[in-house]
Design a protein around this ligand. Structure first.
Ligand SMILES: Cc1cc2nc3c(=O)[nH]c(=O)nc-3n(C[C@H](O)[C@H](O)[C@H](O)COP(=O)(O)OP(=O)(O)OC[C@H]3O[C@@H](n4cnc5c(N)ncnc54)[C@H](O)[C@@H]3O)c2cc1C
Length: 321
């Protein structure tokens, strides 16, 4: 009997781990490469109890991701952390991967599941004074949820108009604080969150078409200034600033690793990979799964499912080779 074929999975979030588990069950030898110091994906930084994923009720995202990792490890799937792919070279029987330390690996197929990253406050570089704020004054992405205790009875300025911004404002209000949400364009938060924010109308103010311009310290507070029109500016004294301005797909590394071959890859204008419905990219035996391909509705359930689909596609394609 021949050795099982190796399949590389890049990214150890829910999608990558799900793909690895399915491949293992289908008789392959998957190995997972993870750039971060620990596996589990962005879900590790969801500090809230889950209400959405069936069968995982009450677990925080951190706990859920630990379960996913434990399952993959129990199945004997090797997960190498602080490990990234520098070059990805197509060879006749699959791909040759060169890792960050130059180590070469061979894989019959590669599944890319490198997810999204939060846009950091650096994206607001034109806001005067933002670079001077300390970690106790400014939080972004998941850390705006982790540090909620610091918001009790405080006023928080939240920059962003999506689910995270509205949910964050609601939680600040529940803690007895007040929130001002600055939305640059039409808010995209789901209906339930709009309704929740409306219920706290005495504590949450939503400012539309607002662009944050400057933040400065004054008398123990932060004074934030924003514009809602070229000739219309406003300011407010707040205690903290939360930046929740969305995500960007982790796909640039792939373009670099593929070199000239990357021209065959399909990406949309935001950098999300475009695949067929099985996760196949236009490059032979290169697949993608999870948030990296899911622009409209990124979530744990679809990440697990798309990892499974990509694994099945690998099996179909390699069985027909
Ligand atoms: C605060 C928060 C709350 C959320 N709430 C919910 C919720 O209530 N319900 C829900 O369903 N979903 C929720 N989500 C979304 C959910 O976590 C994601 O949809 C899911 O984690 C996506 O899985 P993924 O595997 O595609 O990507 P990720 O989980 O992002 O995993 C990608 C992995 O790839 C790694 N990586 C990136 N680049 C490289 C590289 N070059 N080389 C190697 N590895 C790399 C990353 O470090 C990461 O570990 C939440 C997310 C956050 C952060």
């Amino acid at each position: 009997m021949s050795d099982p074929l190796s399949v590389a999975i890049v990214g150890a979030g829910p999608a990558g781990l799900s793909a690895a588990l399915w491949l293992k069950q289908l008789g392959y030898a998957p190995f997972v490469l993870e750039a971060a110091e620990a596996p589990g994906g962005i879900l590790r930084f969801n500090f809230l109890a889950n209400e959405w994923v069936l069968g995982q009720h009450g677990l925080t995202g951190t706990e859920m991701s630990a379960r996913f990792v434990a399952h993959a490890e129990a199945a004997g799937i090797p997960i190498a952390c602080t490990s990234s792919v520098q070059r990805l070279v197509p060879v006749p029987n699959g791909w040759r991967l060169f890792l960050h330390d130059g180590t070469p690996r061979h894989a019959a197929a590669v599944i890319v599941a490198t997810g999204l990253r939060y846009r950091r406050p650096e994206a607001l570089a034109t806001v005067a004074g933002i670079g001077q704020l300390s970690a106790s004054e400014l939080a972004y992405g998941p850390f705006a949820f982790r540090d909620l205790d610091l918001c009790q009875g405080k006023t928080v300025l939240i920059v962003g108009g999506g689910d995270n911004a509205f949910e964050n404002a609601k939680m600040v209000a529940e803690l007895g604080g007040c929130a001002i949400i600055l939305c640059r364009s039409r808010p995209r938060a789901q209906r339930q969150l709009h309704e929740a924010v409306e219920r706290f109308a005495d504590r949450i103010r939503v400012v539309m078409h607002a662009t944050l311009r400057a933040v400065r310290r004054e008398a123990g507070k932060l004074v934030a200034q924003w514009q809602t029109a070229p000739d219309k500016a406003e300011a407010a004294a707040v205690d903290r600033l939360h930046v929740l301005i969305g995500y960007a797909p982790n796909s640039e590394w792939l373009a670099t690793a593929l070199g000239d071959t990357a021209t065959a890859l399909a990406r949309d204008e935001a950098g999300y990979l475009i695949t067929d419905r099985w996760g196949r990219t236009p490059l032979l035996r290169l697949y993608a799964a999870g948030d990296l391909v899911e622009r409209d509705f990124p979530n744990v359930v679809s990440a697990l499912a798309s990892g499974a689909r990509a694994a099945k596609a690998v099996d179909i394609d390699l069985s027909n080779r």
